[in-house]
Ligand binder design. Sequence first.
Ligand code: GLU
Length: 448
Amino acid sequence: MSKATIVAPSRQQFGSPVFDELGMERDPDNLYLQTIDAILHAAEILELPHHVQVILAQPKNEIMVHFPVRMDDGHHALFKGYRVQHNNALGPYKGGLRYHPEVGLDDVKTLAALMTMKCSLVRIPFGGGKGGIKCDPRGLSETELRRVTRRFVSAIASQIGPDVDIPAPDVGTNAQVMAWFADTYMNITRDKESVDAIGVVTGKPVEFGGSVGREKATGQGVIDVLAEMMPEVGLEMKSSSCSVLGFGNVGSWAAKLWAERGGKVLAVMDHTGAIYNDQGLDVFAVDEYVRQNRGVAGFEKTPHGADAITEEQFYQTQVDVFIPAALEQMITSEKAELIDCKLIAEAANAPTTPAGERLLLERGIEILPAILCSAGGVTVSYFEWIQNRSQVYWDAERVDEELNRHMVLAARRVQLARHRYNVDLRTAAYIAALDAIGKVYKLRGIFP
Ligand code: GLU
């Protein structure tokens, strides 16, 4: 990854010609349009047939449901849920289910399209989907969360299934939610006796059809990709530093696995605050603290050694690698000005705005794109699905090994596309993903 080959994606006019053809807006601030525009830009470079570009510009299905749930105080609240099925040319739709107060159709569409790209890039036989429920899971009791989950499953049960569309955890959901999801589906599906029904979701608890290694898989995938790509920019993990934005499942595992390999985690920030230690934070202690306190704020008062820092100081912390592992679109151009690193590993989905990205590339900062870096979770989801279907369960070594193989090969595919087409890494990742999708459309043709 020599700096000389970095090409910032600068297009004079926003929006592919496909937008006009489909009557789509040309709103450069819309996340879905930004994402599709970047994908279609890569498709043009790859010379992907026009009809495939048109197909990919819109999701196949956009499912929206409203459903009532009895709350603990006896009143009924109405919830809104989404499942967007973007593309299934490569296999069943696959992608997470998020519970968040800001969930909306455009975000879910964006994330579904990114799942199509992600699954294709790591060469697993799935298409892309994403779902969500507009709610604040932190404000719901466990019984409310369970009822919300069960009602949502019953609302979409006829449109999902282990051969059709397979949800998984995402922001605000976890293995327990997946267990309720699977249990509900298994109780109401037409083929209740089928042992395959449990494969309707992945990310389940290990005791109930889950795979060992699924919980840490996204964080581990980030580290596998970094281990493969860092030497290209002259870095080695064991003598490098990083900072981590977001300390949920992905951020905490990435931080712990980074530290296990000898690297230093200098700073961590989440929605509650930011902490810093120039000798490296004890991220295992931070993890323990966050489990009890729901955030990093206050960790500086423990005896583990850390200072509380401001948001600005967090972004300005000089590190080798910056790992955004929180929500989308957090790295705006203002943040991109502050960030002081050599490499960004996008552990979250779509964490960088196009303006932020342009600035970072101009400053010579490499960005390892999310469809590569964050693909470890869905890859182990695929292993879980295989295990559910075969009823043969793998050990941790096998999961680790197979995950590493998928991540390393995907990273090499991205490097290859980058050198071949002389593009930035994100465009290269889209090209590598679109290549497989284009080949399948060529072989399958368009029905009838
Ligand atoms: N929500 C995760 C993602 O965005 C995992 C999806 C899955 O395992 O299907 O990649």
